[in-house]
Design a protein around this ligand. Sequence first.
Ligand code: SF4
Ligand code: SF4
Length: 389
Amino acid sequence: MDIVEKHRAKCTKCGLCLEVCPRYNDLDLLDRLYGYLDGSSDIDAESLLRCLTCGLCTDACPEELGIKVLISPARQKWVSENGLSDRQTMADPEAENNLFKKIAEMDETPVYRKSSGSVVYFPGCAGTYINKIMAQAAVALLEKAAIDYTVLSGVEYCCGAVSAGAGDMGPIRRNGPRNVEEIRKRGAKTLITACPGCFKAFKDLYPRMFGKLDFEVMHVSQYFELLIREGKLAPMTVLKHRVFYHDPCHLTRGMGVHREARGVLESIEGTELANKTPENSACCGFGGGVRVNYPSESLVVASDRYRAARELGCDIIVTNCGGCMQNLIEAGKEVTEAGKEEKIKIFDLAEYLSLACGIEIEREDSRMLELVNRAYRLCISGYEKSKGL
Ligand code: SF4
Ligand code: SF4
């Protein structure tokens, strides 16, 4: 049974998916998606582009369906029929207006010298070009734990997950086998990824598309939690903070990984975790192309998360994803009165753990935001970010 038949047969139109969805409010969308996918009617691009791919609808659906399961194939159909917009090609490593190539032209990228090791760290495009602090912190922790590691990075190795989410399967088909070969050549037994999107690509999509991998795939939160349990990392510095852990959608809902990051935070003396489970977790507003297609709406969603942390009395938000980190930092600046300092600081998990392990890494939030927004403007015609929330 294909997805449209299955959805039509099982969906009771109860509307529970819409109750949790930050982006849609009209159940007719389901009929429009059925019609577009079975070829009986057309659909407008807006109906497809608004989805964050956050998976909240699928989690809420008693039939485990939701809206996203129809949006994904509909986006692929749309791209095959209508081609790619400049907002979509900017995630394609081979496109002229690739976002990360533009950033690499404007800013230095880290150089990693060691070319082999039993553990490969994959910083992904975000860790290499935008949220470099994620990669700096992770590499510093691997050094501290004396791990035999190497780093695989560079725009040519984009995992392809972002493009796939937008309906363009080209980059993942081209880069998947190439990535797997590069990791094999380095003799790796374990691959650890910075971003949840890369994690989903390697752990879930690549094996389904290209066959079983001969190395283990872990997210950094899982790997660092393991290193702490094995005694290879010892967070000794007391960090007195009330912390809100922001669950990245593609990690928590997409891959079911949420305990390990919390385990890392709870191992740090002085740190009090405000949300011990992913209950009530929600999207940061970045994913599914929404950050580039609807910048100000994306930041409204992120601001809700920032306020949720504030209501719980937190002074730090820790997250585990380049997109979440970027959006939450930007939302913090948007909701803070001009001239005042943000009340809540946003940290990547590896960065926070580094501090607890006595490693200081310089933060460059404002510079990072300036750089990435400049790159958006160069890559996307008519890009404008409204300040109005
Ligand atoms: S929650 Fe599930 S069953 Fe209910 S309307 Fe949404 S997709 Fe249909
Ligand atoms: S994935 Fe998220 S944004 Fe997309 S339809 Fe589901 S709840 Fe809404």
